[in-house]
Design a protein around this ligand. Sequence first.
Ligand code: FES
Length: 137
Amino acid sequence: MYTDKVLEHFSDPHNVGEVENPDGVGQVGNPICGDVMKITIKVKDGRIADVKFRTLGCAAAIATSSITTDMAMGKTLEEAQAITRQQVADALGGLPTNKLHCSNLAAQGLHVAIKDYLAKTGAAVKGAGSPAAEGAE
Ligand code: FES
């Protein structure tokens, strides 16, 4: 059912917790199952200098949160904002069809954290705001 990569990130998730004095916070809930995820970011020179997550959710939610933080680490805000749930699912080698909605949580949480940072600082990111695959399924 789950790929080895999903099981790996579920049993030993990366970047768990909260960054100290975060520059941006994203908290999102999955309307389908009620699971929640909080992502905190530290931004330096326009890049994600640190990112951590806390997720109350299923195995897929934990694994997608873990790999999303890996994918976002060190990226520019523009690159991180462009990470889609499909890319997250692909990075895990795919998700079972009935678990695809779980990948939404992490990508959305990351995007909300970046938007929070941008709102606080008044900064702007080129191309930000409408990742094609965002939104609940
Ligand atoms: Fe809720 Fe997966 S079942 S995020």
